[in-house]
Design a protein around this ligand. Structure first.
Ligand code: TXA
Ligand code: MG
Length: 342
């Protein structure tokens, strides 16, 4: 299959470009598109065969359900059986935006392969003009996980999608680099109090300011019996092993020295201030303590490591607060829990 990269910007009349992608989705094919978080790999969520193609293209285990994207808040009621009052307030506060709400599903509407048959459905209205225009023209729900091969870092640029999905899907809508950089927050609205299953662009503090206390299942889910089925798989991993390290120049130099003395080549992903020439590559991710900037650049940095022949990647930790919690959640998975404390 030939994969076409379709650039959509405001300088050309691009309705025709969208239309060919919409036609392809309606025929049960896949198309990748940008959201404000990461690029998604979309299929019509009501079409079981189309949804099945997502799992094949990604190499994704079928017990891991997909997020369903909608173009308006009103559509939530078409797919969710019951929308609690707190959910309405969250939708009003954060949609469109990086927040996925889990509801009990309305039976028989969304394809079983999308929900993995677990009786709930994750809905989100993305805050990106390309995604919203696509959804409006399609007039239906789009099941879309991140558009990476399963296990690799999520794509934040169309080139990332092309690298992973070349020859596997007919279309990639290219809307430039995404803004947030890590995936949406996932919150389970079927439990009382609601439970955050995956930290993301909307922080627990932001949610609690609207609906009061929520539970955070992230650390429990990382350990065992995950409620968001996706949490149990190895994730966000470049080719070389990743080790987390403290933001301490002495420790970083020591670690680089030790890997290099064994013949290793070292890539470091870290804040601007800790840049060091001792590393073979240093990918700077913004000022220390700016988790939003780090989130925006993290997956590109992890993916760029695959273009080097680094034998090891050191990733400098950031405080796990606010947006930093989402970033550290992804980094711990990329490192598969490995942490250097030399
Ligand atoms: O920002 C995002 O959320 C991106 C963009 C493309 O929208 N999408 C994304 O999808 O990250 P994906 O499939 O890579 O991650 C979806 C996560 C997984 O951890 C999955 O297990 C969880 O959400 N999830 C989806 N539906 C669920 C459900 N019904 N119950 C519990 N967890 C669910
Ligand atoms: Mg993903």
């Amino acid at each position: 299959m030939h994969t076409r990269l379709v650039k959509v910007d405001n300088t050309v009349d691009n309705d025709e470009r969208y239309q060919q992608v919409v036609d392809c989705l309606k025929k049960g094919e896949l198309a990748a598109f940008p959201t404000e978080t990461v690029y998604g790999l979309g299929a019509l969520a009501t079409d079981p065969e189309a949804a099945q193609k997502i799992f094949e293209a990604k190499g994704r285990p079928s017990d891991n359900p997909l997020i369903v994207h909608i173009g308006t808040k009103e559509e939530a009621g078409h797919y969710a059986d019951e929308i609690p009052e707190a959910a309405v307030r969250l939708m009003d506060a954060f949609w469109p935006g990086p927040l996925t709400l889990i509801f009990r599903e309305k039976p028989g509407v969304i394809a079983k392969s999308v929900t993995a048959g677990i009786g709930t459905v994750g809905l989100r209205m993305p805050d990106h003009p390309v995604a919203l225009k696509l959804l409006r023209l399609l007039g239906g729900p789009l099941a879309a996980p991140s558009a990476n091969r399963s296990g690799k870092p999520s794509p934040t640029k169309a080139e990332h999608v092309l690298r992973d999905m070349h020859g596997k899907i007919p279309f990639i809508l290219d809307g430039g680099a995404t803004g947030v950089g890590v995936e949406s927050t996932v919150i389970d609205m079927t439990s009382v109090p609601p439970a955050i299953l995956r930290p993301g662009g909307v922080t627990a503090e932001m949610i609690e300011s609207v609906i009061g206390p929520v539970r955070s299942e992230t650390s429990a889910a990382e350990a065992e019996a995950p409620r968001a089925p996706g949490m149990k798989y190895l994730h966000y991993s470049p080719d070389a092993p990743v080790w987390l390290i403290k933001p301490d120049p002495g420790k970083i130099e020591a670690a680089i020295g030790s890997f290099r003395s064994e013949g290793g080549k070292v890539a470091v992903i870290g804040p601007d201030e800790l840049r060091t020439d001792t590393a073979d590559w240093y990918f700077a991710t913004g000022p220390y303590g700016d988790p939003r900037e780090l989130a925006a650049r993290l997956y590109d940095a992890l993916r760029t490591c695959d273009d080097t022949d680094a034998s090891v990647i050191l990733a400098v930790e950031t405080p796990a607060e606010g947006m930093g919690l989402a970033v550290m959640n992804r980094l711990r998975k990329a490192a598969d829990g490995k942490r250097l404390d030399p």
